[in-house]
Ligand binder design. Structure first.
Ligand code: ZN
Ligand code: FE
Length: 252
């Protein structure tokens, strides 16, 4: 049985850990020290690192961890020239195996052009880096809003009971924005209350459930007629309306 734990690092990043017996794989270790501390405290050996994209808050700990544990580093082939120490280059539709569990690689450009997500079908788990956040999505550093909308639309088509492990604890802030454009959405208000309570008692808001994201995350609702109407943008295409929401959030 694979267990998943999340190690908080920096101010609001998570390094998600897949654990099987004494073996461990981590996703996006932006810093080595807290990961080493966790592995040591739990008597775990690091065998694998999965990387979603080249930003430093996701790869900053990779070299140190590789040096200490000799682990295998898997990451996007697109970023082979911007990430050191990659051992396995993967791209769209590739399959990898972690402790007997198969993950499919999904190329999801938008936040960066090389960004990939890892979808573990059998354990209904998605590691989506900075593409999809709970109640938000990544900033468009490299891709266009069309690309990001297409990427998010693909994630939306995964089974609704998929657990969404994003890399950042941005949920409360994202909810403030979501409520600013959808103030009368009862389910959104209730969800915001729930997350506020969780955060007040120091619980993580991650993972979230894809079904909840599809229902309430405004960035996944760029095809919603009612949301378009509410914002007076009924003539925009879904991708352009997504771009519009992204702009509003950038200036929020
Ligand atoms: Zn990033
Ligand atoms: Fe990040």
């Amino acid at each position: 049985m694979i267990e998943i734990k999340s190690i908080p690092i920096f101010k609001d990043n998570y390094v998600h850990a897949l654990i099987q017996g004494n073996d461990c794989a981590v996703v996006d270790p932006g810093d080595a020290a807290p990961v080493i501390k966790y592995l040591t405290a739990n008597n775990l050996n690091l065998t694998t690192i999965l990387i979603t994209h080249h930003h430093n808050d996701h790869i900053g700990g990779v070299e140190k961890l590789k040096e200490k544990y000799g682990c295998k580093v898997i990451g996007p082939s697109y970023d082979k020239d911007r990430i050191n120490s990659l051992d396995v280059l993967v791209s769209e539709a590739d399959n990898i195996n972690v402790f007997g569990q198969q993950a499919t690689v999904m190329h999801t450009p938008g936040h960066t052009l090389g960004h990939i997500c890892y979808y573990f079908k059998n354990i209904k788990t998605l590691f989506c880096g900075d593409t999809l956040f709970s109640m938000g999505c990544g900033y468009l550093f490299e891709g266009s809003h069309q690309q990001m909308w297409e990427s998010l639309s693909r994630l939306k088509r995964l089974p609704a009971d998929t657990k969404v492990y994003c890399t950042h604890e941005y949920t409360l802030n994202n909810l403030k924005f979501a409520l600013s454009i959808d103030a009368n959405n009862k389910s959104l208000i209730e969800f915001a209350d729930l997350i506020q309570k969780k955060r007040d008692s120091n619980e993580f808001s991650v993972p979230s459930l894809l079904a909840t994201e599809i229902e309430l995350n405004p960035f996944l609702r760029a095809n919603s007629k009612s949301l378009k109407n509410q914002l007076g943008q009924q003539n925009l295409s879904d991708a352009d309306f997504f771009g519009h929401i992204r702009e509003l959030k950038n200036n929020f």
